[in-house]
Design a protein around this ligand. Structure first.
Ligand code: AMP
Ligand code: ZN
Length: 128
């Protein structure tokens, strides 16, 4: 039991050292940060897919949308608040899209939960 717990603690720390978004959260890797609260940061995507393309990222390492647990129940409210604030600050009055990718079929390439906020162009449906 103790061994398992140690393994989990070790695993979490390893994730934080290796994870690109954890390194942005800690300031180790630079990013164009446009939003920050105690639980969420927002920074511009390095390969933007729209004139506005911001990633909203929990400051805590959570691998994916399916890993959000009861301890993180306030997270979605915090994400929604960040979307409201940014959509106003970045003048997305005409509309925008929020996207979460999960797993290989969903096209997730970074294993730290993030919400894409895309705007300032007409989006198409179905998505590619
Ligand atoms: P996803 O494919 O949904 O996992 O999205 C990952 C996103 O992270 C992609 O849109 C990448 O362009 C973006 N990305 C990867 N590394 C960085 C970085 N260092 N700074 C900003 N965005 C990044
Ligand atoms: Zn991380």
């Amino acid at each position: 039991m103790i061994d398992n717990r140690l393994h989990l603690i070790y695993d979490t720390q390893l994730h934080m050292v290796e994870c690109m978004f954890c390194r942005i959260v800690s300031g180790e890797i630079p990013a164009d940060i446009v939003y920050r609260s105690s639980s969420v940061i927002g920074f511009r995507d390095i390969h933007p897919q729209a004139p506005v393309h911001v990633l909203l990222v929990p400051t805590r390492h959570i691998p994916s949308i399916i890993d959000v647990n009861a301890c993180d129940e306030a997270l979605f409210t915090e994400i929604q608040k960040s979307v409201c604030k940014l959509s106003s600050e970045l003048h997305l009055e005409n509309g925008f899209r929020v996207v979460v990718n999960h797993g290989p079929d969903g096209g997730q390439t970074v294993s730290h939960l993030h919400f894409h906020l895309l705007g300032k162009r007409q989006m198409s449906w179905p998505p590619g």
